[in-house]
Design a protein. Structure first.
Length: 273
């Protein structure tokens, strides 16, 4: 854990006299904003710094954190997650400001505001953080508690000329309306349905040989049993609402897939080569 106030003071100690003086002058206001941030009602916050010059000096703390004297602290924050906290798929390479530093300079170096993400998601998120209705636009990796015992990510398989997975967010019992809306917004903005669909086909193709073996030995029932066990195993590792167990569960629930439709994976791959 990095102490937020200690980090601010260590950043101040490494700035020139002019910037250090500004950081001392706004220190109390910034620390008050830190307290408000951790209460969680982020969409109702307004910046506590309204002077452009002061804002720029406070905002520049982030550059020191990422490429200056405290770069090791920045690296520790990035290392909090190996996989992007926004898409759950690509490796992390950048830190996203959940509340944009351009709008909230006081949170430029607040570690709870710095979320490890991939470059694709960081660019796509840009400075957005709330919807037109004033709700949070995205799940906060550190502050939001999502249900882990009920599925809210659902996948289905369409088996026809090919195998087409699709994904959606569903409102499981016990999932509050507001959380559901945030999940739907997050899912749509980062185009996770498309991203997961592409990955799901690859996942099923990787398992196609094993699926064919289970079909030879036990028919559709053997395939279904195998897929459900694989879904259970991946859910234990990644969590119930990860795209991998959702994909495997959808495949297990598809009579067409288990009944031989899985062969389309192999034939489609052969045609692509």
């Amino acid at each position: 854990m990095i102490d937020e106030r200690d980090l601010y003071d260590r950043l101040r100690a490494r700035r020139n006299r002019d910037i250090a003086t500004v950081l001392v002058n706004v220190r109390q206001a910034v620390f008050g904003a830190y307290i408000q941030y951790k209460l969680g009602e982020l969409c109702s916050l307004a910046t506590v710094i309204d002077d452009d010059d002061t804002a720029q000096k406070v905002r520049s703390n982030y550059e020191v954190l990422r490429s200056g004297a405290l770069v090791d602290d920045g690296a520790k924050i990035l290392a909090r997650s190996r996989i992007c906290c926004l898409c759950g798929l690509r490796p992390t390479s950048e830190l996203d400001h959940y509340l944009p530093k351009q709008l909230f300079p006081e949170f430029a170096a607040l570690t709870v505001n710095l979320v490890p993400v991939c470059g694709v998601c960081n660019k796509r998120k840009d400075q957005l953080y709330k919807t037109d209705l004033g709700d949070p636009a995205f799940i906060h990796a550190y502050l939001d508690q999502l249900p882990g015992s009920e599925p809210f990510l659902r996948a289905t398989l369409e088996v026809g000329d090919g195998i087409i997975p699709s994904f959606e967010i569903v409102q499981a019992s016990g999932l509050p309306d507001k959380t559901f809306r945030v999940l739907v917004s997050h899912f749509a903005h980062f185009q996770l349905g498309t991203v997961y669909s592409e990955e799901a086909v690859e996942l099923l193709y990787e398992k196609s040989v094993a699926i064919a073996d289970f079909y030879s030995e036990g028919g559709p029932t053997g395939v279904e049993k195998y897929l459900r066990l694989e879904a259970l195993s991946t859910a234990r590792h990644f969590g119930l609402n990860h795209w991998k167990p959702a994909t495997l569960t959808a495949a297990a629930e598809s009579a067409d897939f288990c009944g031989g439709g899985f062969r389309l994976l192999i034939s489609t791959s052969d045609r692509s080569h």
